[in-house]
Design a protein around this ligand. Structure first.
Ligand code: ZN
Length: 158
């Protein structure tokens, strides 16, 4: 496993629409391993492949209940609304309040190509939406209603 460089700020890779993954192989599994290691090293809650310069639809998330690896994730339903103060490993030191669904259901493949369904509420719902947005070149800053100071923000970054 290796820690990869996190792309930041105006890096144009963060604005790309990522491609569906059609081949799940050892190269992809190495990418997932590296993404998890990079996320944990940076104390993040989630990381999307474009954040390490790979324009493919893969994300890792750990919202406190273990590592999730999602390939080609899709939101299949969402309900309710919550306000959350978000950050992003690609925008260190920037925090803002967003509105996200209170609950989402996401379908994705796992590292063996098996379909998985994940239900998320609270932080996990936010992280799922935040990371899936990355795959379409959407940044949390696009959704910020109000920026906040560091002291008001959560310690976690997505
Ligand atoms: Zn992010």
């Amino acid at each position: 496993m290796a820690i990869r460089i996190i792309r930041k700020d105006e890096d144009e890779v963060l604005r790309k629409k990522c491609k569906e993954i059609d081949k799940i192989d050892d190269k992809l599994r190495v990418l997932l391993d590296d993404m998890a290691e990079t996320m944990y090293d940076a104390n993040g809650v989630g990381l999307a492949a474009p954040q390490v310069g790979i324009i493919k639809r893969a994300v890792v998330i750990d919202a406190g209940s273990g590592l999730l690896e999602l390939i080609n994730p899709k939101v299949i339903s969402e309900s309710g609304e919550q306000s959350y103060i978000e950050g992003c490993l690609s925008y260190p030191g920037i925090y803002g309040e967003t509105k996200r669904p209170a609950k989402v259901v996401v379908e994705a493949l796992d590292r063996n190509g098996k379909k998985q369904v994940i239900e998320g509420e609270q932080l996990l719902a936010v992280a799922l939406c935040h990371e899936i947005d990355h795959l379409d070149g959407i940044i949390f800053k696009d959704k910020v209603i109000k920026y906040v100071e560091r002291e008001e923000a959560e310690e976690d970054e997505e």
